[in-house]
Design a protein around this ligand. Structure first.
Ligand code: CP
Length: 306
């Protein structure tokens, strides 16, 4: 694997080997991630053309824990504002000695575009492109599920909300189907489910109470308002009534079900604070595990020769 652009096409063995490597980076105390010299001398550039709190910061922490040099390009203050193209920006950063680019962009395919362009020794990781893919989020989500639930072959999992505009949902679906989850559901209003989503290997529910019945894992999604126009956009109150995760709706899931969310949360829109801050939520552990998973991905790519 040269670049990580999508989870689509990765097999279970490769995904498990990334998760096993991530496991080796998690400290004895789970909140403590070890520092190692594996990427000493490598220059990693964070190129975030869309806002981010979790992904950008955990990539930076992960790179530092691997002893790499990390540069965060401040896009707003860069020469993009003077008309420099994406590829010219990338070429100039490559001329400064970049070994790896972590790319977030509003256009689907942006990371692929860069990966096709760069010299063969440079690695590219997609940190979210439009509505297409967010592979490291998908990997940290399955890492979290493996930690709490162990065996994917027995699980019922519901992904709830705005599937249509969600790169996270796509990456989760590819990862969970590759790992053999037998009962994978998507739950949401017709307007927010892409046509033909069943072909990805999921069962579709429009009624949340039915969709959550007896699941082991509830994965909530934010309404991607920035990718919607006009009539698609539901009112927050109406949406919460039908698809907001409340303690009452969560009772439909198994009693030991875990609740996940990639963040950022919109409290009172897709999730009630009583659930987000409640005992079944593993939303903050997801963030912590993101460091170890991103360390694993960067180590794997840096060590690959093709
Ligand atoms: N989950 C996620 O991608 O969060 P950020 O947008 O804050 O990086």
């Amino acid at each position: 694997l040269c670049h990580l652009l999508t989870i689509e096409g990765l097999n279970a063995a490769l995904i498990h080997s990334i998760l096993d490597t991530a496991e080796s980076f998690v400290g004895v105390n789970e909140r403590e991630v070890k520092k190692v010299p594996l990427l000493r001398g490598k220059a990693i550039f964070n190129l975030f053309f869309e806002p981010s709190t979790r992904t950008r910061t955990t990539f930076e922490i992960a790179a530092k824990r691997l002893s790499a040099d990390v540069v965060n390009l401040n896009i707003g203050a860069s020469s993009q504002s003077k008309g420099e193209t994406l590829l010219d920006t990338v070429d100039n950063l490559a001329a400064m000695g970049a070994d790896m680019f972590i790319v977030r962009h509003s256009e689907s395919g942006a990371a692929h575009f860069i990966a096709r362009h760069v010299a063969p020794h440079i690695r590219v990781i997609n940190a979210g492109d439009g509505r297409h893919a967010h592979p490291t989020q998908g990997l940290l989500d399955v890492f979290t599920i493996r930690r709490y639930k162990k065996d994917f072959s027995r699980l019922a999992i519901a992904i709830v909300g705005d599937i249509m505009h969600s790169r996270v949902a796509r990456s989760e679906i590819h990862a969970l189907t590759a790992l053999g989850v037998p009962d994978l559901r998507v739950v949401g209003p017709r307007t927010l489910l892409p046509q033909g989503v069943e072909e990805l290997g999921v069962r579709v529910y429009h009624d949340m109470e039915q969709g959550l019945k007896d699941v082991d894992v509830v994965m909530m999604l934010r309404l991607q308002n920035e990718r919607m126009r006009g009539p698609l956009l539901p009112s927050a109150g109406e949406y919460f009534k039908h698809y907001g995760l409340t303690p009452a709706k969560l009772k439909r899931a198994k009693p030991d079900a875990i609740v996940m969310h990639p963040g950022p949360l919109n409290r009172g829109v897709e999730i009630d604070s009583a659930v987000a801050d409640g005992p079944q939520a593993v939303i903050l552990p997801q963030v912590t595990y993101g460091i170890a998973v991103r360390m694993a991905v960067m180590t794997l790519l840096a060590g690959s020769s093709t």
